[in-house]
Structures are given as structure tokens and as C-alpha cells.
Design a protein around this ligand. Structure first.
Ligand code: UDP
Ligand code: MG
Length: 311
């Protein structure tokens, strides 16, 4: 039978977890009618409330519910990674979903169908964001636009709600970087990718674990993990300054020859612009190398084979 594992990272989710478990078990029952055997894997990301004891009791009650407790709060991305590593050993496909079920559980059914239809990765995409606060909506959309303009691939309005086939997860797990920005990493894997659209609802209970400071840190992580364009920008600014300095030289010489220049002004003007430009260009060149070192130490796989024929 087709094995599905639903990975749910939880951090202090005591208020929602009962309801989450109820809904996921109902979904599992529905999936059984489609010849899908479902396991639910909760990853407790070092919670300090009763989250773990809840997971424990779910697991004793229902054998298909599994739990993993991390020794320390490492953040959503790391908890999810831990869950993926565990799930890949026992699944044909893995779905990741937040514990607050802001993402539609029903969409999982469609994800499974698309996986059976040949997609290796199915992204859950929010159709509307009317339930998010104005600020969250605007800041999130700005973030996606900004990422795209920096040349990092991200799926617009997709968070970490997705289905991945076993081989896609295995390929992802070959990425050995420590700064995780999973939604961007998954997009770079390739394979056949599909999309499921759903309306995001409000958090059932409890509060968001992503205050502004964490959101900004996450966005910055995403940008710096996926783009070396900021480094290139430095070089661009440097070259621009050097160009200005040449214009300034001509201008200063003309002024000097017309006897309109104050003593010392010409040399000051030209050297400030030229030196500034030279320093920035040098930084840009160093940046190029730092960027290379950065992509080397990430040690990502050079390629991932999708299919072979005729061997
Ligand atoms: N989460 C986690 N570790 C953390 C913070 C959050 O595992 O340090 C989990 C949290 O339990 C939830 C998911 O990440 O399942 C998304 O968090 P949340 O719903 O608070 O974020 P939001 O939807 O507000 O962006
Ligand atoms: Mg949420």
C-alpha cells in the first residue's frame, strides 16, 4: 500500500494539538479509502509546555501516530528537517504541514492525487491572504517579490506546506548546508512540480511563533542563503564611483583651467571619488571570491538524476 507520512513541526502548540490530531486522523481515514496508509509524525521542537506529553498520549492511543522530540528549540526549519530525515525511511511520499492547520488539510488529498499522476513535488499555494493581518500580508508579499528580484527561486505564496516524493526528499537531504531555507532549496531540486491552491484560514488557537523579528531574520536568511547578488551590487557601486571620478577629473580640470577652482579643491574631489570607487571595487572582487567559497562550503550535490534509460 502507498505509504504517506505527514510531518508536523510543533513548538508550544498545546492549545491546538488535540484538534490538529483529530483532523489529521479524520484525513487519514479518508485517505485509507484511496489505498493510502498514513502515518502522522509530530516533531516537538523543544517545547516548554505540554506539547510532548500530548504527542505521547496520541501515539499510545493510535499506533499510526509517531513523535520525535528535539532536545532543544532549533526553529521550524530544523524541526521540519528532522522530521523529513525520519520520515523518508518509511514513506512513498512526505507531506509537511504546520501544527496550527492554517493550511487546508483537504488539499493533501489533491497532493496525493498529483503525486500519483507523476509529480514529485506538489506545492501548496495560498490563493488569498484575507485571514492574515494587513501587515503580515504586505510584508510577506514584499518578501517574495524581493527574493525573486534577487534571482532566488521561490514559489509565490508558498510556505512549507507541500508533498514530496521519497526520492525528492532524499535528494533534498543531500544538501548539507546548515542555514536552512527549505522552500527555496526544494524549488531548486527540479523534478516534475505541481501546485495545489487553497485558502489559508486563521490559526485555530494559540499564537504565532513567528513575530516580526523572527520573520525578518528568516527573510534575511533566505536572501543570503540563495543569492550572491548583494555582493555583486558592491562591485557595481564601486565601478560607478570610479566612473564618477573620471567625470569629476574632467570637470575639475576645466574649472582649474578657467581659474575658477579654489586651491586644493581639484585634488580633493578627484581623489575622494577615485579612492572610494577603487575600495568598493576591490571589496566587490573579494566578494566574488567569498561568494564562491560560500557556495563551495554548502557542498550541494552537483546534479540529481531523475531517470535513466538503456543501461
Ligand atoms: N515552529 C517550530 N519551531 C519554532 C517556531 C515554530 O517548530 O521555533 C512551528 C510551529 O509549531 C508551527 C509552524 O512552525 O507548526 C509555523 O509556526 P506559526 O504557525 O507560529 O507561524 P505563522 O503561521 O504565524 O507564520
Ligand atoms: Mg501558522
Amino acid at each position: 500500500m502507498y505509504q504517506l507520512v505527514i510531518v508536523v513541526p510543533c513548538y508550544n502548540e498545546e492549545p491546538v494539538l488535540e484538534e490538529t490530531n483529530r483532523r489529521l486522523l479524520a484525513l487519514a481515514e479518508r485517505l485509507e479509502g484511496m489505498e493510502v496508509a498514513t502515518h502522522i509524525l509530530y516533531v516537538d521542537d523543544g517545547s516548554v509546555d505540554a506539547t510532548w506529553s500530548l504527542i505521547h498520549s496520541f501515539s499510545t492511543k493510535t499506533p499510526t501516530v509517531l513523535g520525535l522530540k528535539l532536545a532543544h528549540n532549533g526553529g521550524h526549519q530544523h524541526a521540519l528537517w528532522a522530521g523529513l530525515e525520519k520520515a523518508v525511511t518509511m514513506a512513498d511520499a512526505v507531506v509537511s504541514i504546520d501544527a496550527d492547520l492554517q493550511d487546508s488539510v483537504d488539499a493533501i488529498v489533491e497532493m496525493v492525487e498529483q503525486h500519483r499522476g507523476g509529480c514529485d513535488i506538489v506545492f501548496g499555494v495560498r490563493r488569498k491572504r484575507t485571514t492574515d493581518s494587513f501587515f503580515k500580508r504586505v510584508s510577506a508579499q514584499m518578501f517574495y517579490r524581493f527574493m525573486q528580484s534577487l534571482g532566488a527561486e521561490v514559489v509565490y505564496n508558498h510556505a512549507d506546506f507541500r508533498l514530496m516524493s521519497c526520492r525528492a526528499v532524499k535528494a533534498l537531504l543531500q544538501y548539507s548546508e546548515r542555514n536552512l531555507f527549505i522552500r527555496g532549496m526544494v524549488k531548486t531540486l527540479g523534478y516534475r512540480q505541481g501546485y495545489v491552491y487553497y485558502d489559508r484560514t486563521e490559526r485555530m488557537a494559540g499564537e504565532s511563533k513567528y513575530p516580526l523579528s523572527k520573520m525578518l531574520a528568516f527573510a534575511w536568511d533566505g536572501i543570503t542563503s540563495f543569492s550572491v547578488r548583494p555582493l555583486r551590487l558592491i562591485m557595481g557601486v564601486g565601478l560607478f564611483c570610479i566612473f564618477i571620478s573620471f567625470v569629476a577629473i574632467v570637470w575639475a580640470l576645466v574649472t582649474y583651467l578657467q581659474h575658477r577652482a579654489l586651491p586644493g579643491w581639484t585634488s580633493m574631489l578627484v581623489s575622494i571619488w577615485f579612492l572610494g570607487g577603487a575600495v568598493l571595487t576591490a571589496l566587490g572582487i573579494i566578494g566574488e571570491y567569498v561568494g564562491k567559497i560560500y557556495s563551495e562550503v554548502k557542498r550541494r550535490p552537483r546534479y540529481i538524476i531523475e531517470e535513466e534509460v538503456g543501461f
